[in-house]
Design a protein around this ligand. Structure first.
Ligand code: ZN
Length: 443
């Protein structure tokens, strides 16, 4: 029967991975940016799956040292040759236009046009992804092969965009728990047709929220779907009263490629979430990387700025800049897999389960060991294949439950897996040998 169950489990797991990949596919064609209708449409698609508050913050709003930019929308963009053929056409890839390009209508000789063209000579078939958010300019991106095929002559250039006062949109989904203590999960949703960098994080975060909504929860989970950098700055500037509730946080990005997991620690370096993630990864039996904090990367830069210094880490598979397909048209639907998305979802759920169960207990019989045999807890664990380990786990939990060690501390110190430590602690608590430590101010 065990075989049958595990096959059923594997099947259910694949379904979530395939559904996430389906979501990536659905969102892939949308031309997103840090503001505008593509971003709004993306949030609306997320809202069909989970409850989402969509916020609109007007252009010109000061947010710390920044200002919410004008809203950008793109209707069409192309370059036509002398015969009237579209030789660069945003309808075939929305990466073709430099994101946030100002409107242009011009006729230019190739020599002048080339000053506005971007290619990747090392990967002659790929289109690069370029942006110009905070400097008004325009440009096109194309493959090196396309560029090489352009004949001398005059070209008609059209970027039918608008850059006007509007608003910056972001989505927020709060999954309330028994306590006000929060876990922040943040993912950027401002890139156009790029799958690993952008859509993988959106899909995994959406499915995490769905899963958590269906589970009992001690902690409250707050999911942010925001444009990179300006989105987290905007959210932080509008929500300073919520910040003290954030006890753990995770930025999700690049979680759909086939690479091994890579976790970047929070600026604190020893936050509970850092230790929890390291514990899980080190005992997963899978190759992985742990990286120290650096002020470069995704929105952890803002959450971990010194005025906030939140316990927020960042989970990737292959980190940004470490895969050749990064910020190119090759970060496409084939580059991300259902299995990888699934694995990322499972790791995050394991992490949240650990955080939910990482309680500090107090041993009510701290003077010498309690007599476990009398309670049926010692040498009578015949039903467990790992009876010896469980016994050892019990001794560790009883010894270290002095009010100063949480179950994660005990798992780290004993080098036993957290689920076993947490299991035996629950059993010892059922037998009245442990009580949860009261937090200051609790009755
Ligand atoms: Zn990016």
């Amino acid at each position: 029967m065990i075989g049958v169950d595990s096959r059923v489990d594997a099947c259910a797991a694949m379904t979530a991975g395939r559904r996430m990949h389906g979501m990536v596919q659905e969102l892939y064609p949308i031309c997103r940016s840090i503001t505008g209708d593509g971003l709004r449409e993306t949030l609306r698609r997320i809202e069909t799956r989970i409850p989402l508050d969509i916020h609109e913050v007007p252009s010109g709003t000061p947010v710390f040292d920044w200002v919410v930019p004008k809203e950008w929308n793109l209707r069409d963009a192309y370059v036509k040759n002398a015969s009237g053929e579209r030789v660069i056409d945003v309808r075939s890839s929305n990466l073709h236009v430099v994101n946030y390009s100002v409107p242009v209508r011009a006729r230019l000789p190739l020599r002048e046009l080339k000053q506005h063209l971007h290619t990747l000579p090392a990967h002659p078939d790929w289109i690069p992804y370029r942006t110009s958010y905070y400097r008004e300019s325009w440009g096109f991106c194309l493959s090196q092969r396309q560029l090489d095929a352009l004949a001398e002559g005059e070209y008609e250039v059209v970027i039918d965009s608008s850059l006007e006062n509007g608003s910056l949109s972001y989505g927020e989904c709060v999954v309330p728990g028994e306590t006000a203590d929060e876990v922040l999960i943040s993912t950027h949703c401002c890139h156009p047709s790029l799958c690993n960098d952008n859509l993988s994080g959106i899909a995994v975060a959406t499915f995490l929220a769905k899963e958590l909504l269906a589970r009992p929860r001690r902690l409250t989970y707050r999911f942010l779907f925001i444009p990179g950098t300006i989105g987290s700055i905007t959210w932080l500037s509008r929500n300073e009263q919520i910040v003290p509730r954030i006890k753990h946080g995770l930025v999700l990005a690049c979680v759909g490629d086939r690479g091994e997991f890579s976790y970047k620690k929070s600026r604190r370096g020893d936050a509970q979430i850092d230790r929890a993630m390291m514990h899980l990864l080190s005992r997963s039996g899978q190759a992985h990387q742990i990286r120290d904090f650096s002020p470069y990367g995704y929105d952890e830069r803002q959450y971990c700025s010194p005025g906030f210094n939140l316990p927020v880490g960042c989970l990737n598979r292959t980190p940004h800049g470490c895969f050749a397909e990064y910020h190119t048209s090759a970060d496409n639907l084939e580059f991300v897999s259902a299995e990888a998305l699934e694995g990322s979802l499972r790791l995050c759920l394991e992490l949240f389960e650990l955080l939910e169960k990482d309680i500090t207990y107090v041993n009510v019989n701290p003077r010498c060991e309690p007599q476990l045999g009398r309670r049926g807890l010692y040498r009578e664990l015949g039903g467990y294949p790992d009876a010896e380990q469980r016994e050892l786990a019990m001794l560790w939990v009883l010894n270290l439950s002095d009010g100063n060690h949480s179950l994660l501390d005990i798992a780290e110190r004993s080098k036993l897996k957290f689920p076993m430590i947490s299991d035996v602690a629950a059993e010892l608590a059922r037998h009245g040998l442990l009580v949860p430590q009261r937090k200051e101010g609790e009755q």
